[in-house]
Design a binder for this molecule. Sequence first.
Ligand code: SF4
Ligand code: SF4
Length: 257
Amino acid sequence: MGTKTERHFHCTACGRCCFGWLPLTLADALRHAGSFPLALVWTPVPHGTKAFAVSERLGFTLRLPNRKQIAVTIAPTAYIPPSFPCPELSAEGRCRIHEHKPLRCRTMPFFPYREECDQAEQLVPRKGWACDISADAPLVYRNRSLIDRSDFDHERQALLEQATTMRVYADYVIKYMPWTVESLAAVVQKTGGNVITSLSSLVTAIRSLDAKGVASRQLGVLQDYAAKTAEIPELVEYHRNYVGWAKEMEYLAGAKQ
Ligand code: SF4
Ligand code: SF4
């Protein structure tokens, strides 16, 4: 694997990381609203932890009822069960939209919600992943810095640019769904996890988004995922969300603007 300060990595395109949740930039989420079932994933990061500073830059800070301060990021996310492949993954394990795939997929395995100096563990493949991290693979990370930083910078910049929109959205949610703060506090208490909100709340809160257009593209996707997850006991929460969100999208798609 090289020396401790040097990391090698090559994607063999095995497709095994193309399962489950896929955090997206807002632009990528809206671009793919006709194929990905979308939701907003809130991640609370306690003060004093490694990712606090970058989460504050990409998100916002919040004081919980117990007075503890947290940073929170809100990621538009393809909300796909961990056992389900990305809808763009072919039966042969290839990406059907390789030329137009989201920034998140281009930056893999690096992750801009962490500091650049904390990326080493992103280069350790998870169980079953066929990433090549041998010395023969290209050198991608040295002295806690990326060798080729173009995709990482591009994704990080997109996240920074959408941060204002996400803060406006957070204010809306905290005002009209104040129990979200309690849910964040509960997640911090159990030291991990996320809070999920619907895409319909985002397109309602941010008036510049084309709520009707987004809703008409999401409706069929959510209905499809509701059907695919019906009667799978371990996916009952996914199923309930898809059904509820499809109804919200149905309303928005038909609502007068
Ligand atoms: S868009 Fe392509 S690369 Fe990204 S998760 Fe889906 S199949 Fe994988
Ligand atoms: S698991 Fe590794 S090798 Fe397989 S597609 Fe993902 S990054 Fe590439």
